[in-house]
Design a protein around this ligand. Structure first.
Ligand code: TYM
Length: 332
């Protein structure tokens, strides 16, 4: 059976980008057709400045939202990265296979490092090695597929490269994973600046729809989305990024292709209104279920406990095999 692995960082409130680019597909498709593991990657959240109390809160909230989005612990494995030591054990071995040049070429590293330097702060070393830990997440489970949004493709490529190199040097140990992308909305853009990704760590949040935003807040954000000059509604990501983003979101929420949807509109106003309502409807069941789950924290804790146990049992043999392959003696 195909093995699927994916992860999400508890670094902020989850967004419509997370949902359409990744979470919804995990819940609707991946968990039902593959042996799937989904991980709240709390160790990755330590690679930038963080507040311990907020991280605890966000780790719980992220888990709860994944369940609210439809992840079913009866059919998939949902767990916290820090609960399974195999991730960090393997990460060190992979640091001995990856190179510093590879790390410095990562787009996300360059962007985050530039931002941090602008603020005058120093960089955590873990920000540089982030993609190695991510490779360990994936390779520890022998994942065949990694369903992510477009922004993570370079990291998954690195995981592939590291797996191939390890296998060549030390004998076949890891499955070589491949990225899977959603057909639309693989890169949802910020509604106020459609040249930037809609991300959880946005400073103002004005162009970001959060999964827990009230319906009226969602409507306001979508209606105020920056659109391009011109009047005609056409789908052109290069020339009309604001409009294309709305059409992508509408297509992902209401069905249809962005091109064919564009043909049905002759004003930006009507497009925005329909997009806003479509987003509200897609998020409604997630918010409702989240509210219910918040009333039952013991259930969420139980899911994480069981998930970690299952994940550990799956990862340990692969990571032990990697230790032996690279030349480390088994403990006596
Ligand atoms: P993260 O936490 O930034 O995002 C989680 C998932 O949501 C997708 N995503 C988006 N998709 C479309 N449009 C957007 N605006 C948007 N924003 C986020 C991301 O592509 C991702 O699929 N490094 C990863 C976490 C990670 C991971 C892994 C993923 C750690 N280990 C192993 C896969 C496998 C990250 O920061 O995702």
């Amino acid at each position: 059976m195909t093995r699927v692995f994916s992860g999400i960082q508890p670094t902020g409130h989850l967004t419509l980008g997370n949902y359409l680019g990744a979470m919804r597909r995990w819940a609707e498709v991946d968990q039902h057709r593959a042996d799937s593991l989904f991980c709240v990657v709390d160790l990755h959240a330590l690679t930038v400045d963080h507040d311990p109390a907020r991280l605890r809160r966000l780790s719980r909230q992220t888990t709860t939202l994944l369940l609210a989005a439809g992840l079913d612990p009866e059919v998939c494995t949902l767990f916290l990265q820090s609960h399974v030591d195999e991730h960090t054990r393997l990460s060190y071995l992979l640091e001995c296979v990856a190179t510093d040049g590879e790390m410095r070429r990562m787009i996300q590293y360059k962007e985050k490092a530039a931002k941090q330097r602008e603020r005058g702060g120093s960089l955590r070393l873990s920000l540089l090695t982030y993609p190695v830990l991510m490779a360990a997440d994936i390779l520890a489970y022998g994942a065949d597929e990694v369903p992510v949004g477009e922004d993570q493709t370079q990291h998954v490529e690195l995981a592939r490269d590291v797996a191939v190199r390890f296998n060549q040097r030390y004998g076949h140990t890891f499955a070589v994973p491949r990225t899977t992308l959603p057909p639309v909305a693989a890169r949802v853009m910020n509604l106020q600046d459609p040249t930037r990704k809609m991300g959880k760590s946005d400073e103002t949040g004005a162009g970001v729809v959060y999964l827990l935003d009230e319906p009226d807040v969602v409507r306001k954000k979508v209606l105020r989305a920056v659109t391009d000059s011109g009047r005609e509604v056409v789908y052109d990501r290069g020339a009309r990024p604001g409009l294309a983003n709305l059409l992508d979101i509408l297509a992902a929420c209401a069905g249809g292709s962005p091109e064919s949807l564009a043909a049905g509109y002759d004003s930006y106003g009507a497009l925005k209104k329909d997009t806003a309502e479509a987003v509200v409807e897609v998020l409604r069941p997630v918010r409702d279920r989240h509210r219910e789950l918040c009333a039952d924290p013991a259930y969420v804790e139980g899911v994480l406990r069981d998930g970690a146990e299952k994940a550990r049992a799956l990862a340990r043999p692969t990571v032990d095999a990697a230790y032996r392959a690279i030349g480390l003696l088994p403990p006596v």
